[in-house]
Design a protein around this ligand. Structure first.
Ligand code: NOJ
Length: 559
């Protein structure tokens, strides 16, 4: 069976397939933890600009920046108070423009995060809503409802916030009496917009244009599956074992409602007015690959994160199945599949792939978590997994620090934790701080070169000196060297635009396929696998003779 990027519905056969985002490797920058030029312990935009050459050297095609817009930082910037400005902790609009120009000069495209599901409670619209009467146009931009119970003292329904606790907060009206309730899928400082309101829609089309006019190449759209809520806001009780963002759960009245597609069609038209193949990428956690593919139909978004791939266990059969399904379902709508293993909301894959207990997305791991990973196994699997991923046709996302093999930081002190999940669940869930620790650049420098003052908003582990970029640059066996080779060979062999043909005969625990001239063999089993003839152009770990050890992936070019 062979799948190609060009497989498409008949009516799409003439559609262009050359847009950059179809094959790009996109590197996620989490600005507060990337590089800190000001020295205040929080990364910033001048820090990004200062390291663009490192990203060029790594070989990525584009960067995606998590939010840097003006925000009280209650959810690390995913609580935006002004969508058209840069938060002073990250710099200024001029710093943004300089960063964008520097990236473009180096041939690196730039995607910015857009958070349309909710704003910060400090947003001028929400402040106006609080001061205005129930039923006013100011309240109609958000989801305000009267409470249940005799005196409205109970929340309007039973929904639970993704971060723990209830999804409604009661306000005090201007006259001092207890009043209506507003909906917040996330923290109470993140009120949800009402996307049935045309004023909200117009405002976001304008925000898109603000950033497109500045020259951004696209948007990563936050909580794209949450914008529309089911009519009547019916009660719903989530599975306590499920991932916090939705995941497998079907029929959730606040996730994946059909009305969102109208929004994406409007946005698609806005982007189409601009040159340069600007792109939208959906953060949408949906029950099936097939449902996710509907978000990237030709007149909607361009990409959607493949969280089904990210959530697949380190298991050959499961990987073959999700890859086959993804290539089929996305090809059916004429879109590329994306691939991703880590981001700022999940346990880093150098730890996650060696967990021995269930760990739903968003729960995080900490000192008291069961099934803690063995770091050596975790890193070996992570290197093998990335080597597999970067050989797949389509576009791949990388998360800052994974090119250094960074593990999740498990033993953060309780008093350092900052994720609202930690507070809202009273420590029952650790949350996502462990994947957000500032990354190490230089072994022998304050904060490992994150800045020159030594300040860091989350403490960096002592073991990270040996993982610093300057140490790894000099070591051909380092994870950084592996990523550089993978990206160079991927480009040289055109793998992103290639096709996948499964190869049989290597056994159930092996993922083996051909993409153009490159044969990829990933051994997930306990016994060594005999390699075919050809030149090994990249290997995720040591191998001897023609024998491929466990948890190792190789790329072999035809001899
Ligand atoms: C998804 C983002 O990736 C996450 O970090 C954030 O907390 C929520 N959306 C709320 O915006």
């Amino acid at each position: 069976m062979t799948f190609t990027q060009q497989d498409a519905r008949p009516e799409l056969e003439s559609a262009p397939v050359s847009e950059w985002w179809r094959t790009a490797v996109i590197y996620q920058i989490y600005p507060r933890s990337f590089a800190d030029a000001s020295g205040d312990g929080l990364g910033d935009l001048p820090g990004v600009t200062a390291h663009l050459d490192d990203l060029k050297e790594l070989g990525v095609d584009a960067i995606w920046l998590s939010p840097f817009q003006r925000s009280p930082q209650k959810d690390a910037g995913y609580d935006v108070a002004d969508y058209r400005d840069v938060d002073p902790i990250f710099g200024t609009l001029a710093d943004f423009d300089a960063m964008l120009a520097g990236a473009h000069e180096r041939g690196i495209r730039v995607i910015v995060d857009l958070v349309p599901n909710h704003s910060s409670d400090q947003h001028v619209w929400f402040q106006e809503a609080l001061k205005s009467a129930p039923g006013s146009p100011e309240r109609a931009r958000y989801i305000f409802r009267d409470g249940a119970g005799e005196n409205g003292e109970l929340p309007p329904n039973n929904w639970e916030s993704v971060f723990g606790g209830g999804m409604w907060k009661r306000v005090t009206e201007a006259d001092g009496t207890p009043g209506q309730w507003y909906l917040h899928i996330f923290d109470e400082s993140q009120p949800d917009f009402d996307w049935t309101n045309p004023e909200v829609r117009a405002e976001f089309r304008d925000i898109l244009r603000f950033w497109l006019d500045r020259g951004v190449d696209g948007f990563r759209v936050d909580v794209a599956h949450g914008l529309i809520k089911a009519a009547g806001l019916p009660d719903f009780t989530p599975d306590p074992e499920g991932g916090s963002m939705g995941g497998d759960a079907a029929g959730v009245p606040y996730w994946g409602q059909p009305g969102v597609h109208e929004v994406w069609r409007e946005w698609h038209e806005v982007l189409a007015e601009y040159d340069g193949d600007r792109a939208l990428c959906a953060e949408a956690w949906l029950p099936t690959v097939a449902q996710t593919a509907l978000w990237v139909r030709p007149d909607e978004m361009h990409q959607a994160f493949n969280f089904h791939y990210l959530e697949t266990k380190w298991d050959a059969e499961a990987l073959r199945a999700v890859i086959t399904e993804s290539l089929h379902e996305y090809a059916a709508v004429g879109a590329p599949s994306t691939w991703v293993l880590s981001n700022h909301d999940v346990v880093r894959h150098a730890s996650r792939l060696a967990l021995t207990a269930e760990n739903p997305q968003g729960a995080g791991i900490g000192p008291k978590s069961p099934g803690k990973p063995d770091p050596v196994t975790g890193l070996q699997r992570a290197r093998a997994a990335t080597s597999l991923m970067l050989a797949l046709p389509g576009s791949s996302y990388l998360y800052q620090g994974e090119e250094l093999g960074l593990p999740e930081v498990i033993d953060l002190p309780d008093d350092a934790r900052q994720d609202p999940t930690w507070f809202r669940t009273e420590g029952e869930r650790y949350g996502r701080d462990g994947c957000r620790v500032p990354i190490p650049w230089t072994a022998d420098a304050p904060a490992y070169g994150f800045n020159d003052t030594g300040a860091a908003w989350l403490p960096q582990p002592a073991e990270w000196a040996e993982l610093a970029r300057d140490v790894q640059r000099e070591d051909p066996a380092s994870t950084l060297s592996l990523y550089r080779s993978l990206l160079a060979e991927r480009r040289a062999h055109g793998l992103g635009a290639g096709s996948l043909e499964w190869l049989d005969g290597y056994g159930d625990d092996v993922v083996a396929f051909r993409n153009g001239a490159v044969t990829v063999i990933a051994n997930l089993g306990d016994t060594a696998v005999e390699l075919p003839d050809g030149d090994v152009v990249v290997a995720s770990g040591p191998w001897e003779g023609a024998s491929l050890p466990t948890d190792t992936t190789v790329w072999i070019a035809a001899a």
